[in-house]
Design a protein around this ligand. Structure first.
Ligand code: ADP
Ligand code: MG
Length: 615
C-alpha cells in the first residue's frame, strides 16, 4: 500500500510570556489580586493604601456612587443598609437557602420568590450577588492596572472547595461582568498548596486549614505528579474571626455591665471593631487595654484564649470528620497548610499543630497565600510555567430520573473532575417522541429526596417501538466543576445539550444533611428501589404480553391465551401491592409460561420469512 504523505500544517505558537494573567482571591471578608512578577508571585497593594487586602464590602452613597473596600468599610457603622458585606455567602443562593441566617445580614435581602437567586435591595434598586461581587472584582482589576500601567483582561479566581455548580457559575459570571475573562475557577486550598510549592515533589497528602473572617474550611488534598485531588472537605460556613470578635464583645459588655439588649445596636459596632483590634494585638502581645468614656476595655491573652477555645475546638471536630471522609489518620498527612487571617492567632496555630501532631506551614502571609497560588496557576496558564494539572472531586452524586422516580447516578459522589461519563437509555412507550431528562444531585435512591438541578426534553425522536431508540446521556464536568448534560438519540443523531445553571445553590449544611439522610435512609431506600424496579419490570412485561397476545392470536390456543391473560391479571394485581417478592414471583410465572410461546412465535416468523413472505 502506498504511503500517503501526511501534510499537517503546524500552527505557529503564539508567544504569551508577555501576557499577564492575574490571580484573584474573592473572599468573604477580604479580597486581593496577585500576579507573577519576574517569576515570583506578589500581591498588589493599593496606590494609596499600604495593604494588599481589599475588604469585600460595597457601599452605595447618597449620590448612588459605588465605593468598594476600605472606603466602604468606613460606612459600615453609619450606614449599614447601604453597605453590603459578605456577599460571597449569597453567591448562587436562593432566599430559601439563607432565610435562617437572614438576621446575619444588616442589609435588605429580597424575600419574594423562594426558588430564584436572591437579590439585594439598596434604596430603590435591586442588585444580584453577582453584580456586587463584580464591583469588588472591578476594584481589584483597577488596582492591578494602575500598578502595571497596562490593561489586564484574563484572570484565575478562587472559590471554596465545596462551592457547587451554581456558586462557581455565579463567580464566573461576576468575573465576566467585571470585564474579566475567567480562564479558570480553582479551589482555595489548591491555590494555597500551589503557593507553598507543593506539587513539585512527588506524591503528598496535605491538609489545608482555612480560618477566615466568617468561614472555616478544612480540605484534605492528595498531590501526585503535579495533580491535585481534593479527597474531602468539611467546615462551618458561619465560624471565623468574626466570632472571636463577638466573644470579646460579649465579654466586655458583661464585664462593664452594659445592657445586653443593646448588644446589636450600631453603637456596639464601634466596640466590635475595638474587639477585632484587641484580637489582632493579642496575636503578638500578652495584654490589651483601652479606656473609653467611663469604661475600661481590657483583655489578657489568656482570657482571650479561654473565650475562643470552644470555637477552635469546633474547627478540630471538622478536621476529624474530614480525615474520616478521606479515610486517613493524622499521621498520614505530610503537611498542614495554614490559610486565612484568623490562623495568625497563636492558639489556633498551636491547637492545629497539636491536633495533627506536626508543625504547620505558616511562613507565607495567611491572608495572601490563596491569591499567590491563584497567580501561580494564572502564570501556568499564560504558558510561563510547566503545566500543573488541577483535579477536583464532585461533592454529591449527579444523575437523572428514570422510570418510577428512581435516581440513576451517572457521576458518583467524590468522582474526580474534569470527567465525562456516558450511559445509554431507551424509551418505555411505542412511538415515544419526547424524552425528559431531569438532572438531580444527591445520594438518595428516589429523586424526590434529591435536589433537582435542571431538566430538558429531547424532542422529536423518530417514532420507534419502545426499547429501540438508543439515547446516550453524557455528563461532562469541566475543569471549573461546571456540569454540561448532553442527550443524543444515536439512531437518528438527534441531540440536545444543557449547561446546568441551577436556579439556586446548596449550602454546606444542606450538603451535610443530604449525606446524612442518605446514610440514615439507606435500608429504606434500598427496599423502595427494589419495589419500584419490580413494578417497572412488571409494567414492561405487561405491555409486551399485551402486544404479544394481539400479534400472535393465530398461533395460540384458547387455553394458552386464557392462562396468559390470567397470569397477567395476577401480575397487575400484585404490582398494585407493595410486596416486591410477590411481584417478582408473578413476573417469573408469567415469564415462564410465555417464554415457550414466544419461541414458537419467533420460529413461525422465521419460517415465514424463509418462505419469502413479508415479516
Ligand atoms: P476571608 O477569607 O473570609 O475573606 P481572611 O482570610 O481575610 O478572610 O480573614 C479575615 C479575618 O482574619 C478577620 O476576622 C480578621 O480579624 C482576622 N485577622 C486578620 N489579622 C489578624 C491577626 N493579626 N490576628 C488575629 N486575627 C486576624
Ligand atoms: Mg479566604
Amino acid at each position: 500500500m502506498a504511503k500517503i504523505p501526511i501534510n499537517i500544517k503546524k500552527g505557529t505558537v503564539q508567544k504569551t510570556s508577555s501576557e499577564i494573567i492575574i490571580g484573584i482571591d474573592l473572599g468573604t471578608t477580604n479580597s486581593l489580586v496577585a500576579y507573577v512578577r519576574e517569576g515570583n508571585p506578589v500581591a498588589v497593594r493599593g496606590q494609596k493604601g499600604k495593604h494588599t487586602l481589599v475588604p469585600s464590602i460595597v457601599h452605595f452613597n447618597a449620590d448612588n456612587e459605588v465605593l468598594v473596600g476600605d472606603a466602604a468599610k468606613a460606612k459600615l457603622i453609619a450606614d449599614p443598609a447601604n453597605t453590603i458585606y459578605s456577599v460571597k455567602r449569597l453567591m448562587g443562593k436562593s432566599y430559601a437557602d439563607i432565610k435562617d441566617k437572614h438576621q446575619y445580614f444588616g442589609y435588605q435581602i429580597l424575600d419574594d420568590d423562594t426558588e430564584s437567586l436572591v437579590k439585594i435591595r439598596v434604596k430603590d434598586k435591586y442588585y444580584t450577588p453577582i453584580s456586587l461581587s463584580a464591583e469588588i472584582l472591578k476594584e481589584l482589576k483597577n488596582r492591578i492596572e494602575e500598578e502595571l500601567d497596562a490593561p489586564v483582561s484574563k484572570a484565575v479566581i478562587t472559590v471554596p472547595a465545596y462551592f457547587n455548580d451554581a456558586q462557581r457559575q455565579a463567580t464566573r459570571d461576576a468575573g465576566k461582568l467585571a470585564g474579566l475573562d475567567v480562564l479558570r475557577i480553582i479551589n482555595e486550598p489548591t491555590a494555597a498548596s500551589l503557593a507553598y510549592g507543593l506539587g513539585q515533589q512527588g506524591s503528598q497528602t496535605i491538609a489545608v486549614y482555612d480560618l477566615g473572617g466568617g468561614t472555616f474550611d478544612i480540605s484534605i488534598l492528595r498531590i501526585e505528579d503535579g495533580i491535585f485531588e481534593v479527597l474531602s472537605t468539611h467546615g462551618d460556613t458561619f465560624l471565623g474571626g468574626d466570632d472571636f470578635d463577638k466573644a470579646i464583645l460579649d465579654y466586655w459588655l458583661e464585664k462593664n455591665g452594659i445592657d445586653p439588649i443593646n448588644k446589636d445596636n450600631t453603637s456596639n459596632q464601634g466596640l466590635r471593631l475595638k474587639a477585632e483590634q484587641a484580637k489582632k494585638w493579642l496575636s503578638q502581645n500578652d495584654n490589651f487595654q483601652e479606656s473609653e468614656q467611663d469604661y475600661v476595655f481590657s483583655l489578657s491573652k489568656n482570657k482571650f484564649e479561654e473565650l475562643i477555645r470552644p470555637l477552635v475546638e469546633k474547627t478540630l471536630d471538622a478536621c476529624r470528620l474530614a480525615l474520616k471522609d478521606a479515610k486517613l489518620e493524622q499521621k498520614d498527612l505530610d503537611h498542614i497548610v495554614m490559610v486565612g487571617g484568623s490562623t495568625r492567632v497563636p492558639l489556633v496555630k498551636r491547637a492545629v499543630s497539636d491536633f495533627f501532631g506536626k508543625p504547620v506551614f505558616d511562613q507565607l502571609d495567611p491572608d495572601e497565600v490563596v491569591a499567590l497560588g491563584a497567580a501561580i496557576q494564572a502564570d501556568v496558564l499564560a504558558g510561563n510555567q510547566k503545566d500543573v494539572l488541577l483535579l477536583d472531586i464532585t461533592p454529591l452524586s449527579l444523575g437523572i430520573e428514570t422510570m418510577g422516580g428512581l435516581m440513576d447516578t451517572i457521576i458518583p459522589r467524590n468522582s474526580k473532575v474534569p470527567t465525562k461519563v456516558g450511559r445509554q437509555y431507551t424509551t418505555s412507550i411505542d412511538g415515544q417522541k419526547n424524552l425528559k431528562i431531569a438532572v438531580y444531585q444527591g445520594e438518595r435512591d428516589l429523586v424526590e429526596h434529591n435536589r433537582k438541578l435542571g431538566e430538558f426534553i429531547l424532542r422529536n425522536i423518530p417514532p420507534m417501538p419502545a426499547g429501540i431508540p438508543k439515547i446516550e446521556v453524557h455528563f461532562i464536568i469541566n475543569a471549573d466543576g461546571i456540569l454540561k448534560v448532553r442527550a443524543k438519540e444515536l439512531r437518528s443523531g438527534l441531540e440536545q445539550t444543557i449547561d446546568i445553571k441551577p436556579t439556586y445553590g446548596i449550602s454546606e449544611e444542606d450538603m451535610a444533611r443530604m449525606l446524612l439522610d442518605s446514610i440514615q435512609h439507606a435500608a429504606e431506600d434500598m427496599n423502595t428501589r427494589a419495589l419500584l424496579e419490580a413494578r417497572n419490570e412488571a409494567k414492561y412485561l405487561l405491555l409486551s404480553a399485551d402486544k404479544f397476545l394481539s400479534q400472535n392470536a393465530g398461533i395460540l390456543s384458547e387455553t394458552e391465551k386464557a392462562t396468559t391473560l390470567s397470569l397477567a391479571k395476577n401480575l397487575k394485581a400484585m404490582a398494585a401491592e407493595a410486596d416486591k417478592d410477590a411481584i417478582n414471583k408473578a413476573i417469573q410465572e408469567l415469564n415462564e409460561f410465555t417464554a415457550p410461546l414466544a419461541h414458537r412465535s419467533m420460529d413461525k416468523t422465521i419460517l415465514e420469512a424463509m418462505k419469502g413472505k413479508k415479516v
